[in-house]
Write a protein that binds this ligand. Structure first.
Ligand SMILES: Nc1ncnc2c1ncn2[C@@H]1O[C@H](COP(=O)(O)OP(=O)(O)O)[C@@H](O)[C@H]1O
Ligand SMILES: [Mg+2]
Length: 257
């Protein structure tokens, strides 16, 4: 579905991520794990050109979405972000009603929608939120709990009919019950979408992900700058039960990071 080939990501002269080769399977959940600062968010943002919006950020190599390079000259980054949506660490609903949060994307992207009410209901249903909000669609999204706000953000992403959903530590601001609901939801969503999640919670990766990629930061011999590299990528059970690389073993057993 999505593939990185020799991807380097720079901020100015600083190379934050080096030579990542990774392919993400359709209808799979892939977890990106590794110590803080190893470039997980940076890599995730390169998968839907969100880094275009970050000052000084530059991507080398190729990111192929269904075999097309998303950085090719003729590609519209807005369309890339519609097809490869993103959910952030802190729920970030717009200062609008619940309904308008969902309708916003379809409206601004000029999607042809025969019935917006139906689309809003469908997106909220898929995000396991409809039952909780159907009687207060005109109320502000800020009145929802953190967990509900995060499911609203997932519904907002789904509303524009993406193929891939990127999630950057989507549960780190949530309590354990709300976290569990999002994990259940991810498990349902995988039937229809390809999901890539950054998580610092290894139990979460073990619970939800089909495959897990472990990253670490290596110091450059000459400059001493630390750059993120992919150490090991395998089915999740292998990463957690029989890692091949000593660094993976050390990380998952809590010896560093
Ligand atoms: N906007 C930015 N400008 C400059 N450097 C950045 C920026 N964002 C992240 N970095 C640097 O890139 C490296 C990787 O960061 P990040 O992708 O946030 O790591 P992670 O998500 O794994 O914690 C870090 O050294 C960080 O300081
Ligand atoms: Mg991060």
């Amino acid at each position: 579905m999505l593939r990185c080939e020799n991807v380097d990501v720079y901020y100015g002269d600083f190379r934050a991520v080096t030579d990542v080769n990774l392919s993400f399977g359709k209808n799979e959940i892939t977890a990106l794990i590794g110590p803080s600062g190893c470039g997980k968010s940076t890599l995730l943002r390169s998968l839907n050109r969100m880094n275009d919006l970050v000052d000084g950020a530059r991507v080398d190599g190729q990111v192929l979405f269904q075999d097309d390079d998303i950085y090719a000259k003729n590609v519209d980054p807005i369309e890339v972000r519609r097809r490869i949506g993103m959910v952030f660490q802190k729920p970030n609903p717009f200062p609008k009603s619940i309904y308008d949060n969902i309708a916003y994307g379809p409206r601004v992207t000029g999607m042809k929608v025969s019935n917006m009410d139906d689309l809003v209901e469908e997106a909220l249903t898929k995000a396991a939120l409809w039952g909780e909000v159907k009687d207060k669609l005109k109320q502000s999204a800020f009145g929802l709990s953190g967990g509900q706000q995060q499911r609203l953000c997932i519904a907002r992403t789904i509303a524009v009919k993406p193929d891939v959903i990127l999630m950057d530590e989507p549960c780190s601001a949530l309590d354990p019950i709300a976290t569990m609901r999002i994990e259940d939801l991810m498990n349902d969503l995988r039937r229809e979408y390809t999901i890539i999640i950054v998580t610092h919670n290894m139990q979460q990766a073990a619970r939800v992900a089909d495959r897990t990629a472990f990253f670490t930061a290596l110091a450059d011999d000459t400059t001493g700058d630390r750059t993120g590299v992919l150490v090991e990528y395998a089915p999740t059970s292998q990463i957690f039960e029989h890692p091949k690389d000593q660094r993976t073993e050390d990380y998952i057993s809590g010896r560093f990071g």
